[in-house]
Design a protein around this ligand. Structure first.
Ligand code: GLV
Ligand code: GLV
Length: 324
C-alpha cells in the first residue's frame, strides 16, 4: 500500500485491473474519452506518479514535459504511436506497452475480418435481415476461396506471424515484407517468401494484411499509387493503425473497383470513418476490436498495471519485460 502515490487510469478498464491498482495506490479513473483531449492531459497529468493510458490519449512531447512528477506511462495497447517515447526517455519516464498477451486475440480477430470480407458475411447477413433471403442461391454472394491464394503480410512481428500460421491452416501461401528478414526457421515453418519491396508484394498478393507499427516511415504506406498495383480482385486488411493507409485513396479504390474489397479495424482519424466507406458493400468496418476478448483485455490491463506496480515499488527496470 502506498497511498501517497497517485495513479491515473485514463478511462474505465477491466474491473480486476482497476481493483489491483486501487488496493495499492490512490487511483483516479477518468471519464471515457476525456483524456483523448490533449488539453486535459496538459492540465492534469502533472498531479500523477503513473498513468495507465489508452492508445487514443496523445502523450506528445509537450504533455510529457508538463508531467514533472510522472515516473511511468503504461499504455493499455501494444502499439504506442500515441506516445513520444524519446521525450519520455529524456524526461526519465519509463514507458510500457502490452506485447504478447494480445497476439492470439488480434490474429484471430484479423482472420475473422479477413474471412468476413472474403466471404461477404456482413453484406449477406444484412440482406437476410432486410428480408431478402429467398432460398439457396447457386450464384448468390460468391466470395473468394482462400486455398491456394497468396496472403501478403506487411510487418512480420508476433501478430503478423500469428495471422500467417492461421492462413496456413486454410491452405494459403505466405509472402511477407518486414524491415528485417525473419529467421530461416520461421520462413521454413511458414513456407514464407520474403519480398523486399512493398509494391512487389502488393502486386503478387491476393490478400494484403497490415501488421506494421505506425511510424513516420509507414504513414500512408498504402496510398493511391500502391492500390493501383494491386490485383483488381485483391482484398486489403488493416488491423494495425489507420494512418498506415490513405483512407480517402482506399475509399476511391473500393468505389472504382481498383481493388475488390477491404476489411478495416482502424481508421486515420478515429473515431471518424471516411464518409464514403459506410455506403460501400465491399468493405467490412469494425470499431477497433481485434484484440477485444475478455481474456486478452484483462491480460493487457494486468501487464500494464504490473509495470506500474514494479516501477513505483522500486523493482529493477531490467526485470520488467514490457518496458520499451
Ligand atoms: C491495439 O490497437 C493495440 O495496439 O493494442
Ligand atoms: C506486435 O506485438 C507485433 O509484434 O506484431
Amino acid at each position: 500500500m502506498d497511498r501517497a502515490k497517485r495513479i491515473l487510469i485514463t478511462e474505465p478498464i477491466m474491473q480486476a485491473v482497476m481493483d489491483k491498482l486501487s488496493a495499492r495506490f490512490d487511483v483516479t479513473v477518468g471519464r471515457r474519452g476525456y483524456y483523448n483531449k490533449k488539453e486535459n492531459l496538459l492540465n492534469e497529468l502533472r498531479d500523477y506518479d503513473a498513468v495507465l493510458c489508452m492508445l487514443s490519449n496523445p502523450l506528445d512531447r509537450e504533455v510529457i514535459e508538463s508531467a514533472g512528477r510522472l515516473r511511468i506511462i503504461a499504455n493499455n495497447a501494444v502499439g504506442y504511436n500515441n506516445i513520444d517515447v524519446d521525450a519520455a526517455r529524456e524526461a526519465g519516464i519509463f514507458v510500457a506497452n502490452t506485447p504478447d498477451v494480445l497476439t492470439d486475440a488480434t490474429a484471430d480477430g484479423t482472420f475473422a475480418l479477413l474471412l468476413a470480407v472474403a466471404r461477404r458475411i456482413p453484406e449477406a447477413e444484412r440482406a437476410l435481415r432486410r428480408g431478402e433471403f429467398d432460398g439457396w442461391n447457386p450464384t448468390g454472394f460468391l466470395g473468394m476461396e482462400l486455398r491456394g491464394k497468396t496472403l501478403g503480410i506487411i510487418g512480420m512481428g508476433r501478430i503478423g506471424t500469428g495471422v500467417a500460421r492461421r492462413a496456413l491452416a486454410f491452405g494459403m501461401k505466405i509472402a511477407y515484407h518486414n524491415r528485417s528478414r525473419a529467421d530461416d526457421a520461421l520462413e521454413k515453418e511458414l513456407g514464407a517468401a520474403y519480398i523486399d519491396s512493398v509494391p512487389e508484394l502488393c502486386r503478387q498478393s491476393d490478400i494484403i494484411s497490415l501488421h506494421c507499427p505506425l511510424t513516420a516511415g509507414t504513414k500512408h504506406l498504402i496510398n493511391g499509387e500502391i492500390l493501383t498495383l494491386m490485383k483488381k480482385t485483391a482484398i486489403l486488411i488493416n488491423a494495425s493503425r489507420g494512418p498506415v493507409v490513405d483512407e480517402a485513396a482506399l475509399a476511391a479504390a473500393l468505389k472504382s473497383g481498383t481493388i475488390a474489397g477491404a476489411g478495416l479495424d482502424v481508421y486515420e482519424h478515429e473515431p471518424e470513418v471516411h464518409p464514403d466507406l459506410p455506403a460501400l458493400e465491399n468493405c467490412v468496418l469494425l470499431p477497433h476490436i481485434t484484440s477485444a476478448t475478455h481474456e486478452t483485455r484483462e491480460a493487457m490491463g494486468h501487464l500494464a498495471a504490473d509495470a506500474i506496480i514494479g516501477i513505483l515499488g522500486g523493482k529493477a527496470p531490467e526485470s520488467i519485460a514490457n518496458l520499451l
